[in-house]
Design a protein around this ligand. Sequence first.
Ligand code: CAA
Length: 384
Amino acid sequence: MLFKLTDEQLMIQAMVREFARKELAPTAAERDRTKDFPAANLKKMAELGLLGMAIPPEHGGEGADTISYVLALSEIAYSCAATAVVMSVHNSIVCESIDRFGSDAQKKRYLKPLAQGRIIGAFGLTEPHAGSDPSAQATTATRDGDVYFLNGSKRFTTTGRNSGLVIVTAKTDESVGHRGISAFILEKDFPGFTVGQDEDKMGLRASDTTDLLFDNCRVPAENLLGSEGDGFKLAMTALDSGRIGIAAQSVGVAQAAFDAAVKYAKSRDQFGRKISKFQGLRWMIADMATEIEAAKQLMLSAAAMKDRGENYTKQASMAKLFASEMVNRVTAQALQIHGGYGFTKDYPVERFYRDARVFTIYEGTSEIQRVVISNQILKDKRKP
Ligand code: CAA
């Protein structure tokens, strides 16, 4: 293995694995059925420090490195992918953005409750007509004295309903494209802020995905995150980090599907022997293991670059692109190995297959990742 994990990273991984397999895995299928938000589990995760992993200790967080974070997130995803996406958005998009762009007062007010899980965070960027192209968003923020009035809506907001705080982007100047987008920290009880429809999704069903509606929503000017016009950059920076998280979720779900497929292949008899004896299946198992390992290495290399303070935009998109496509192949193969049983709810592989489907879509589709990767390559002025 290219990466030698430190004792501390291995300890965090082992601790989260034990917790997740004991506390999350046994109830994941039931949550998928009922769509119950994992509030009690998130509380326990906060006690383990999993909701403030990157937050500095002076603000109540763990100050953990990104490698520890992705190892932890993969373990949560292995046991419950719906819980993992809540953890991912909360840590890497919300907490990190406030830590990076927030004023001292904002950090003091929000980071500790976020780390303690007293508030779960969400991020509102996507709109009904602005998904891959967030610069086309229509939500506006108009300043009047020390208040901004937000008008518009957001779509597909992870944890839109169950969050206590949402970072929302809106146009403060409509004449300058993406440079006129600003970001705001909205508390749920701000007047004029309501949660709209919940999506009825194919997978990740215990994680709510909602519309957010702003009707002259009053936001104190002190809740502007960064300066006016910083919103697009803030979102891109947050997504770089978030995309390593999607790679981690992909690796976790793929590993769960793979382990289930190997277990099934070793127990199922056909033609008088275990199906694991057939070369057709053995080659599938070898390919799946190789793909998971490749995705893991990309995930770790992006995380290591981030930890070293290097520009990791390209690596994060590569990790997201490869890992999210990998998990779709691996869960499909794992289901195939289960035969007809894989198509039923008797085995968890059917849920893994459904949960994985959105990984090539959210936080930037595979097509957008290819745009980011090629942009990074072609703008590089160093000689090839
Ligand atoms: N870090 C910092 N700044 C960045 C950046 C990065 N990774 N990428 C771009 N920027 C900056 C550029 O430097 C540029 O700044 P200046 O104008 O000041 O020079 C500015 O952003 C615009 O850059 P581009 O011209 O490259 O931007 P673009 O309009 O061509 O679009 C894009 C780039 C990659 C397509 C981008 O729009 C994108 O990532 N789209 C996908 C959005 C996405 O992933 N949406 C899913 C959100 S997930 C969600 O909403 C659900 C949830 O619950 C989390």
